[in-house]
Design a protein. Structure first.
Length: 300
């Protein structure tokens, strides 16, 4: 699932949480050839790299469900089972890559964190882990467009389900797009328009009693504060409430400093430059994602 992004874990019948790859995926463009630009997936959506290719929350849930169903079929063929995660069990939306917040979401969820914990002993047995994630004997490397490579274990049910849903080129194209996204984010964060707006935002937060430096550090810090509460539900609730208050102030300061318009303008410039020469890969990614959505729609 942004470095090759972050990925979570789904639940087996033995109550084990497995990889959740659909955080931050790039998705369907309005046409099958990449031309850059375009509108975000939702009106009023916050800026993020290649926004016209992003999955909506509903599409992400559909794809995750289809992936779980395909993984379960594979696991059952091997004499094991796999729990298909219900929508209510899915993780929250990933944080905006720039640290931007949307007022309506913040009013309900703050920084999108929660204080529940998965028990440490809910892990798969070796046989189940090998069936799901594959074995070293079937490991192969896939070269990436900009150099480097990634290793995949092709005998795992998780890999087989992804390949069936997205196609064999999916993994390399996704990682290449994530590399492009990381370049866009780095350029945006260093843009003078953004750094100036960020200084105003930081001053606003400091006046409210929140000494911060950069937008990018706020969510990791909030996540660390939640993790420090461990299994203490009372402490977790208190930390969440404190962060909720902070997040509401954060939204106000971002608006006062006009952070979002600065980031949007900087991203428009950066994205066009970064995407140049990569149009074919982005177009192919859009086609694979469109096919995946159609496959997911047919998956019971």
């Amino acid at each position: 699932m942004k470095q090759p992004s972050r990925r979570g874990i789904a639940v087996l019948t033995v109550v084990f949480t497995a990889l959740a790859v659909l955080i931050g995926l790039v998705a369907l463009a309005s046409s099958w050839s990449w031309t850059g630009g375009g509108k975000p997936r939702n009106a009023g959506a916050l800026p993020e790299p290649f926004a016209s290719l992003q999955f909506s929350g509903e599409q992400r849930q559909s794809l995750r469900h289809a992936e779980d169903v395909l993984t379960r079929r594979c696991m059952r063929a091997r004499g094991m089972d796999f729990h298909v995660v219900a929508k209510a069990e899915l993780p929250p939306e990933p944080p905006n890559p720039y640290g931007l917040l949307e007022g309506g979401d913040v009013a309900r969820h703050g920084y999108g964190l929660h204080d529940s914990r998965v028990p440490a002993d809910n892990r798969p047995a070796d046989r189940e882990r090998d069936a799901l994630f594959g074995t070293a004997a079937y490991e192969k490397t896939i070269p990436l467009e900009d150099g480097g490579e990634i290793a995949v274990r092709t005998d795992g049910c998780f890999y087989k389900a992804q390949t069936e849903l997205y196609g064999k080129e999916w993994t390399a194209l996704l990682y290449s797009e994530e590399t492009l996204s990381a370049k866009v984010i780095a350029r945006v964060q260093g843009d003078p328009r953004v750094t100036a707006a960020q200084r105003k935002w930081a001053a606003c937060m400091d006046r409210a009693g929140y000494p911060v430096t950069t937008l990018a550090k706020v969510w990791p810090d909030a996540n660390r504060r939640m993790e420090q509460t461990g299994a203490n539900r009372t402490a977790g609730r208190a930390a969440f409430d404190a962060l909720l208050t902070q997040a509401r102030r954060d939204v106000d300061c971002q608006k006062q400093a006009r952070v979002e318009p600065a980031i949007r303008a900087a991203q428009d410039d950066a994205e066009g430059s970064v995407a140049r020469g990569h149009e074919q890969g982005l177009s192919k990614l859009a086609t694979l994602r469109a096919t995946a959505l159609a496959t997911a729609a047919r998956t019971p």
